[in-house]
Design a protein around this ligand. Structure first.
Ligand code: NDP
Length: 496
């Protein structure tokens, strides 16, 4: 089987920008270095991406600083800024088919996901923060009669954002939309595996009226471009989504440089708890499978630890396995495909390595466990389920970021709570139960930023998103996200 004709045809329908976007212009990396862009659909090279380093980052910071100080964006009247951002959202919407295709080519998730979910959610995110711009008021303090105290929010200045490849433009928009809405100038460092939609979006932002220098993009290797951004002395904040390991480095870079503000959205190892009084076993089994197999498990909130009460475990796991077996990896460009490729060969090998380790540590393979569609040249792994997992095993403790469910049995509610919290992560959790007491108690006992009851991944731009523990700190989405991009200032005026 080969998918290469599909890739070639799709490439004709997209505009590919590969150079850094600095000060409103596409420009090659100063070093002239490039990185190959490999589509995981069939392993072919689709572009050469500029590989920025500290010199390019410095140029981007200078452009961002100049635009911020000029006030061209930071002091633009709020209603006008809102109009420009709404025009930006309209541009993304008008190019949504192209952006969806580009994202699927770049990182291998099914076109039905990018077209129906990811890109529409980007549009929604930009519109949400645009609409907030002229509807949020500052505060007056309860000062004595001979004084006025004003508590105002001001933009930070230059914001750097380092983002991952799993929802490339959506995760980026969770950063740049609130940062721009609050008047900052921004530098994006997308993941090298999936930078193409962010570069194209920057061009669309400029067409919509975002002034030159306000939104910059420096593609390239994280250890060079990302590190240089996080260490830069003239960057006021560094917001990050990615692994906990890199999040720790980012915090260190902030401390080593100018004590820039840092916000981290990191990994997860989220528990899904199925109690024996689950109200709907079929719905729960389907949700449990999709909680891990959506986007091939490359989702930070993936419910990879499936905790099932022992009294119903065999029956329940059979239902989850039936969903998994019905999911065949396929060509991500095919409208009917629901399960696509992993982002690259390295990620595929990492996932296969964890699967091997699961078997070696004594977990029982129920289904999957192998590479699929290797004849296509792309990077696919079949939906995989392990039973008999102990919570101390590697596959229960480490984030795999692939389509692997680790099923763990438990005896009673307290047992489930203990196992759920026995992790360094705290991003998400879920419980299926008919018992209101269990639902409420679990919601308050599990240390995670999102808890779902009788569902998985219920979410909206209006609700905050982020983690407890080593899943990070700071929140994306909702009006709470604006806190990360503004500084509170108190102004006390004495009246005569
Ligand atoms: P990584 O942590 O490997 O990379 C994230 C970003 O950091 C990339 O842009 C990467 O660049 C960059 N980076 C890598 N090394 C450095 C460095 N030394 N200094 C500065 N930047 C660096 O994560 P992935 O891209 O592999 O994404 C998957 C991870 O993201 C998972 O752990 C997942 O849980 C997490 N994630 C969390 C979410 C959340 O909201 N909590 C949402 C989505 C994902 P490059 O890759 O180009 O080297």
């Amino acid at each position: 089987m080969t998918f290469s004709n599909g890739v070639a045809a799709a490439l004709k329908k997209v505009t590919i920008r590969t150079e850094a976007f600095i000060g409103g212009e596409f420009t090659p990396a100063r070093s002239g270095e490039t990185l190959p862009c490999i589509t995981p659909i069939d392993g072919s090279e689709i572009a050469q991406l500029s590989a920025c380093d500290a010199a390019d980052v410095d140029a981007a910071v200078q452009a961002a600083r100049a635009s911020f100080e000029s006030g061209v964006w930071s002091k633009m009247p709020p209603r006008k800024r809102r109009q420009v951002m709404l025009a930006f959202a309209d541009k993304i919407e008008a190019h949504s088919d192209e952006l969806a295709l580009l994202e699927t080519l770049d990182m291998g998730k099914p076109i039905r996901n990018t077209r129906n979910a990811d890109i529409p959610l980007v549009v929604q995110t930009i519109r949400y923060y645009a609409e907030a711009i002229d509807k949020i008021y500052d505060e007056l303090g309860p000062s004595p009669h001979d004084a006025v105290s004003m508590i105002v929010r001001e933009p930070l200045g230059v914001v750097g954002a380092v983002t991952p490849w799993n929802f490339p433009l959506l995760m980026a928009s969770w950063k740049f939309a609130p940062a721009l809405a609050t008047g900052n100038s921004v530098i994006m460092k997308p993941a090298e595996q999936a930078s193409l939609t962010m570069l194209r979006a920057a061009e669309l932002a400029q067409e919509a009226g975002i002034p030159a220098g306000v939104l910059n993009v420096v593609p390239g290797d994280g250890a060079k471009a990302g590190k240089a951004l996080a260490l830069h002395m003239d960057v006021d904040a560094l917001v990050f989504t990615g692994s906990t390991a890199v999040g720790k480095l980012i915090m260190g870079y902030g401390a080593q440089s100018n004590l820039k503000r840092v916000a981290l959205e990191c990994g997860g190892k989220s528990p899904q708890i199925i109690m024996e009084d689950c109200p709907d076993f079929d719905a729960a089994a389907s949700a449990a499978a999709w909680a891990v197999f959506y986007d091939q498990g490359q989702v930070c909130t993936a419910g990879t630890r499936l905790l099932v009460q022992n009294s119903i475990k065999d029956e329940f796991l059979a239902k989850v396995a039936a969903v998994a077996k019905g999911l065949k990896p396929g060509d991500p460009l095919d409208e009917n495909t629901r399960f696509g490729a992993l982002v690259d060969e390295t990620q595929m090998n990492t996932v296969l390595g964890y699967i091997e380790k699961g078997g070696a540590e004594g977990a029982k393979l129920v289904c999957g466990g192998e590479r699929a569609l290797s004849e296509s040249g792309g990077f696919y792994v079949a939906p995989t389920i392990f039973d008999g997992v102990d919570n101390q095993m590697t596959i229960a403790q480490e984030e795999i970021f692939g389509p692997v469910i680790s099923a763990i049995g438990f005896d009673d509610f307290d047992d489930a709570m203990r196992i759920a919290n026995d992790t360094i992560y705290g991003l998400a959790a879920g419980i299926w139960t008919s018992n209101l007491n269990y639902a409420h108690k679990a919601s308050r006992t599990i240390r995670a930023g999102n808890v779902w009851v009788n569902c998985w991944d219920g979410s909206d731009i209006t609700t905050p998103f982020g983690g407890f523990k080593q899943s990070g700190f700071g929140r994306d989405r909702s009006l709470h996200a604006l806190d990360k991009y503004t500084e509170l200032k108190t102004i006390w005026m004495k009246l005569s």
